[in-house]
Write a protein that binds this ligand. Sequence first.
Ligand SMILES: *Cc1c(COP(=O)(O)O)cnc(C)c1O
Length: 357
Amino acid sequence: MNSGPLRRMGVIERFAGILPVSDKTPVITLLEGSTPLIEAVNIKKSLGVSFDIYLKYEGMNPTGSFKDRGMTVAVSKAAEKGSRAVICASTGNTSASASAYAVRGGMKSIVVIPEGAIALGKLSQALIHGASVVAVKGNFDRCLEIVKDICENYEVEMVNSINPFRIEGQKTAAYEVFQDLGRMPDYQFMPVGNAGNITAYWKGYREISESGGCTPPRMMGFQASGAAPIVEGRVFDNPETVATAIRIGNPASWKKAEEARDESGGVIESVTDSEILSAWRELACLEGVFAEPASAASLAGLKKSLSAGDIPEGFDGEAVLVLTGHGLKDPGRAVESVDPPGVVEADIEEVARAAGL
Ligand SMILES: *Cc1c(COP(=O)(O)O)cnc(C)c1O
């Protein structure tokens, strides 16, 4: 047994040596990062594969998504230079994270969201943290353009993933995977929206590989088929998918995502909404892991790669699936997708019968 308290560290403290911070940087943290890497034994069995599958469960970050890793660095650097306000365009999770970290840093936060297109859990987070929430009659891509214009004209710090400090913070997840596995995985499957996260993981893996001489994983990125600009090589003017976190028609880090794909020998492909939703249910029903729909693009992508023959027969290494956000962000979708509970009289026999005992 471990004697003494186990004190949790945030990513700036845990990874200071590889981040652009100094003694002068105020550390604004909610003790994010150090998320579980869960071995998915039941999914392995159900797929009938010989390689090991691990789930990097980023929904366990303080505001429920991986955005917190980048936000702690972006908001700390904004505080270092004396900024009083941060702003972001968001499909939901960035706004939840930015507003929480702004509170910690004593700053104002402004979040610009597409009207009616973000999950209720995420909206509730921004509102309860006291952000100025502005809903725009337009999609995420339009929100991002507006935020860029505002930053050129007003004294506010942009904390979208085009902020390089976001990418630096998010790359720490690659270091955690490497440390927890004790080696590089062979493949990493993940959803792609604005493509900041695939850019960040690739940066992290490349740094580890350059310092240790080991081969980084193939980056396997997946967009939703109704929002697949990188796959189809064209901007989507009206991106559509149930996976709202990746409903993006013109990714900010488009070129960097292609570099990650090409340098790692990976792919960027698309999966349909129905493939995403069945993978989402399998994660919940086979492994007990409740992620948000966008996160399940990673498992849907693994299944697609298997059927496309992108993974060699008999491969027995390791694949990591990044689960980017928590299922509780969007409980409405979960409740809609299953039968409602049966109602019976308050009677022991009726309850037992209804429960199938
Ligand atoms: C932001 C987000 C994504 C997409 O990440 P990008 O960096 O925009 O590619 C995927 N899933 C969830 C849950 C997110 O919050």
